[in-house]
Write a new protein. Structure first.
Length: 342
């Protein structure tokens, strides 16, 4: 129990330290980066809840982010603006104008309900079959967002979403996500789910309901994704379906792989590492383009570097920075060794 408390304290301290450091600098760019980082934390922790505990890679995660974003947008855009932003919106929804904070929660709940309705048959699949099927689910969700013009405005940019997400709100949800992800991991459901990850046949023989356990984790993962998408929507205030497809999937997956999919600590540390690396590489890319060192514009430097980093991590440290043990367990063990040696 002590190591879990240490893990929770360290991870939440990282989020609090990020907020405090940003407030002290009082620079708008840092505030934007920190807010995006906290939203990414919610998303990557959602992916860790399912992928880390079940051992199954889910590409569909970002699709549920889109569901949360569009649900919250449709419920919170001011009634006067809905005629322009969503001219074909259904009359029942067009007359609704919720608070953005209620809209964010609604986005998470709708994403969880959609996941509950669609995913149970998929939970019986494993290995390559599961990966291919979840990728197909992402394609289905993206296609629906692309063509359901009554709710999403089709492939066009949806605008008029009230700005409600600031650093404090995003950091608050990030802290709650850390608590929930760690609590789920150490719960009976989480322990049983990890047993199916390690040996599905043996766990099933001992009475573990593999499909049900995976389904419960997937619903919780979709809830995280929906809330993260709604937070992002109320931060960026305009977006299109292309924001919820392969590029964002690749970034969030990169955070989890580099940090370590099996641990909550890995998800948090991976989000910090990739976010700061991305921002630094973007600055380098912009500097090279302004200096006109090369005859053509430098593009794609951040994506290439992230891909190479993922390849390097998988080759040298397949489990990520925090492969199996949480940071609290590592710190507690080191403190015990130091105490015994003295």
């Amino acid at each position: 129990m002590k190591r879990h408390i240490v893990t929770l304290a360290v991870l939440i301290s990282l989020v609090i330290g990020l907020v405090v450091a940003t407030d002290l600098t009082d620079i708008r760019l840092f505030d934007r980066i920190a807010t995006n980082l906290c939203i990414s934390l919610v998303l990557v922790l959602g992916m860790q809840v399912f992928m880390g505990n079940s051992g199954i890679l889910s590409f569909a995660h970002i699709g549920f982010m889109g569901i949360g974003a569009y649900t919250s947008a449709a419920l919170t855009i001011p009634v006067q603006m809905k005629g322009m932003a969503l001219p074909d919106l259904y009359p029942v929804v067009a007359a609704v104008e919720l608070s953005p904070y209620l809209g964010i929660l609604a986005g998470g709940l709708v994403a969880a309900l959609v996941a509950a309705a669609l995913s149970y048959p998929l939970m019986r699949l494993s290995d390559a079959a599961a990966v291919i099927t979840f990728f197909a689910l992402l394609v289905v969700l993206h296609t629906v967002m692309l063509h359901w013009s009554e709710v999403t405005n089709g492939p066009r940019t949806l605008f008029g979403i009230p700005k409600a997400t600031d650093l404090n709100l995003a950091a608050g949800f990030a802290a709650l996500a850390i608590v929930a992800a760690l609590a789920f991991k150490e719960s009976r459901t989480g322990l049983l789910l990890r047993s199916t990850r390690d040996d599905e046949t043996a766990a099933g023989a001992l009475g573990a309901k593999v499909a049900v356990l995976r389904w419960q984790a997937f619903i919780l993962s979709a809830l995280f994704a929906g809330i993260g998408g709604a937070l992002w929507g109320h931060f960026i205030t305009s977006f299109s379906p292309k924001a919820f497809y392969l590029k964002e999937t690749f970034v969030i997956l990169g955070m989890l792989v580099i940090g370590g999919a099996n641990t909550v600590s890995g998800a948090v540390v991976g989000a910090f590492m990739v976010t700061f690396a991305f921002e630094g590489l973007r600055a380098v890319e912009s500097g090279l383009n302004r200096a006109q060192i090369f005859s053509e514009q430098v593009v794609g430097l951040t994506e290439i570097t992230l891909a190479l980093a993922m390849i390097g991590i998988m080759a040298l440290r397949p489990g990520g920075v925090f492969a199996m043990r949480e940071i609290g367990a590592i710190l507690t063990r080191r403190a015990r060794k130091k105490r015994d040696s003295s």
